[in-house]
Design a protein around this ligand. Structure first.
Ligand SMILES: [Zn+2]
Length: 360
């Protein structure tokens, strides 16, 4: 028996007819949720098994019913219980490409996994997987969308909207989520995206009221430019940094190999577009090779240009090369190979409805 005024009773999730009280801590306070064994048990085998244990004299009770001290964070547990009692709250979690999703919903995703709340777990997992491109075509589509966000005019008085990446997926938080919740499918795109962002541009530091000044190795002050992306660098583990560093290194090698291949320049000019194009590949880091190769691949020129044929060949080589690059991202970053869909023998696969909602 525990003292009844010790705990903070939850506003909504404390039902008078609840049959069990779950206790969980958050920020030094213990929160109490009075819920129903039958409801939790119907969603989760783990809960069902937990509550089937016979009541004994040693069992803790609170407010006249069994109580269970949960090892989880009370905020995450609240999210989980809310999703079970108020299914409408799940809808906001399933929004397309919510930039904060990897931070906001990580707790509930991990808890739904831990307690085998299968439908919720599958929905959230499917959402995170669908958010990140798994093919080069999907990647290109996402980047086109982001380019349109960056080029749209930003009202200067609006502090939040000047950060265009407030509306974009943030790769470092996604990497942590993918690692902890075992969603390796999203890692190649997330690591690639991270590799295109300057480590000097920190998501939180830039948004603080007094951002620390940044200088490069030559002492030059680095200023954030509107439209420039940032990442939550502080979330990465040493292992993530190693993967990132390997990936950057491998891609630099890749770019150098591509650049070193002979073209058929016949004009012999130092200003030949071919040379110019190739040099773009060696800039950075950070570098976005997929974007540079796409630019080279789509560059048109007049047939009268002396090196027209060579440029055409370079363009088609760029297009092929970016497919190779995309296919090899796992290898470059030293990530686990993704083996098909993790087939757990379930037939209740979940398909998300993508795109616009249809009225009526
Ligand atoms: Zn030439």
């Amino acid at each position: 028996m525990v003292a009844e005024d010790e705990f903070l009773r939850h506003q909504d999730l404390y039902y008078a007819d609840g049959s069990v009280v779950l206790l969980a801590a958050h920020a030094g306070k213990t929160h109490a949720f009075r819920v129903h064994k039958s409801v939790l048990g119907s969603h989760s085998r783990v809960f069902a098994d937990m509550f089937v244990l016979p009541s004994t004299a040693e069992n803790e009770t609170y407010d006249g019913v069994d109580s269970v001290q949960m090892p989880d964070d009370a905020k995450d547990l609240e999210d989980l219980l809310r999703a079970l009692y108020y299914p409408g709250t799940i809808l906001s979690m399933l929004e397309n490409r919510n930039p904060l999703a990897a931070i906001k919903y990580k707790g509930i995703l991990l808890l739904s996994q831990k307690y085998f709340v299968r439908v919720l777990h599958k929905l959230l997992r499917a959402r995170f997987r669908a958010d990140w491109p798994s093919t080069l075509t999907e990647w290109d589509r996402l980047m086109e969308h982001y380019a349109s966000l960056s080029s749209s005019t930003v009202p200067h008085h609006d502090a939040a909207s000047q950060f265009v990446d407030n509306r974009m997926l943030e790769p470092a938080s996604a990497i942590r989520l993918a690692r902890e919740a075992n969603i390796p499918e999203i890692l190649p795109a997330a690591f690639y995206m991270l590799s295109t962002i300057s480590p000097f541009m920190d998501f939180d530091a830039l948004r603080s009221s007094n951002p620390p000044p940044l200088t490069d190795s030559q002492g030059n002050v680095l200023l954030w430019q509107p439209g420039q992306r940032s990442a939550r660098w502080g979330l990465l583990t040493p292992d993530d940094w190693l993967c990132l560093s390997r990936g950057r290194h491998s891609m630099m090698d890749f770019a150098q190999t591509f650049e070193a291949q002979e073209g058929d320049c016949i004009c012999g000019s130092q200003d030949c577009i071919q040379y110019d194009n190739k040099k773009k590949l060696l800039k950075g880091p950070p570098q976005d090779l997929l974007r540079v190769l796409k630019d080279i691949g789509s560059q048109g020129t007049l047939p009268q240009y002396p090196c027209y044929n060579a440029l055409q060949a370079l363009a088609s080589r760029s297009v092929q090369t970016r497919s190779v690059l995309w296919e090899n991202l796992c290898y470059y970053f030293g990530l686990p190979e993704v083996v098909d869909d993790q087939n757990d023998g379930d037939s209740d696969d979940i398909a998300l409805v993508e795109g616009e909602f249809i009225d009526g």
